[in-house]
Ligand binder design. Structure first.
Ligand code: 1GP
Length: 249
């Protein structure tokens, strides 16, 4: 199987270089937004796009990914809310297991349903330990996944869960406060998790200022994922790109 995306994420993290990813929600992706975010993402040296959402209403994965493909050569990775969010037009998929939950459907059920569909595609499969972290109020992700997020002040639970994911052979770790999170994952939790695991660490949810991005990168995030803040002001992507190149110097 093609491993170019995971190799790049791992090698960049090993070289201690920070990365930025853009989350595209198919429900909120007008032609105009896709056009401008693709342009800004290139300038900001975005490493990859994630496409998906906990709950899709009007959006369509195939259409959104095809639109992105026409406008960018940055890798496009599916970030699925369920087994129905698969598109052969993407480059890869975060094959998530929601390790913070105790809901068998999100731990293994959806994955079994998705597996035969994925076998028929050329998508790069990236095995991902996915942890929802409490961000101050209930998010769509925790409601729809019927799961309790890890309490924000229990860094050791996140760290032990992350380590368990690594021992299970997962390739990356994603700590997510959920889309539009009131509070992002704390620096304390990020650094504790980083002490425990070697896997590249993605942090997302509620990162909407340069300060929050810097805090997450400095605490040990290898990749920060931003969605909502770019939808509100896509020039924030350019500002984050500048911060990223300063940090990576
Ligand atoms: C959500 O981590 C992503 O799953 C991004 O969150 O939309 O709050 O940036 P935001």
């Amino acid at each position: 199987m093609n491993k170019s995306i995971i190799n790049k994420i791992q090698n960049t993290a090993k070289a201690n270089q920070k990365q930025l990813a853009v989350l595209i929600d198919p429900d909120k992706s007008s032609d105009e937004y896709i056009q401008s975010i693709c342009k800004n993402a290139k300038l900001a040296q975005v490493s990859f796009f994630l496409v998906g959402g906990s709950l899709l209403t009007d959006g369509n994965m195939d259409d959104t990914i095809s639109q992105l493909k026409q406008k960018t050569d940055i890798p496009i990775i599916i970030f699925p809310g369920s087994s129905s969010q698969i598109s052969k037009h993407a480059d890869g998929i975060l094959f998530l297991s929601l390790l913070s939950s105790r809901n068998p459907e999100m731990l293994i059920g959806q994955q079994v349903v998705a597996a035969p569909f994925l076998k028929k595609t050329n998508l790069e499969i990236i095995s991902t330990a996915y942890l929802l972290i409490d961000s101050g109020e209930q998010t769509t992700a925790s409601y729809i996944s019927n799961s309790q997020p890890i309490p924000a002040n229990k860094a050791e639970i996140a760290a032990c869960t992350a380590l368990a994911g690594e021992y299970m052979g997962m390739q990356v770790l994603y700590l997510d406060g959920g889309s539009g999170a009131k509070n992002p994952v704390s620096a304390e939790m990020i650094s504790k998790v980083k002490e425990y695991t070697k896997n590249p660490l993605l942090i997302g949810g509620g990162i909407n200022t340069l300060e929050k991005a810097k805090t997450a990168w400095n605490a040990g995030a290898d990749v920060i994922v931003v969605g909502n803040a770019f939808e509100q002001d896509d020039s924030f992507c350019l500002a984050l790109g500048e911060l990223l190149s300063e940090i990576n110097q």
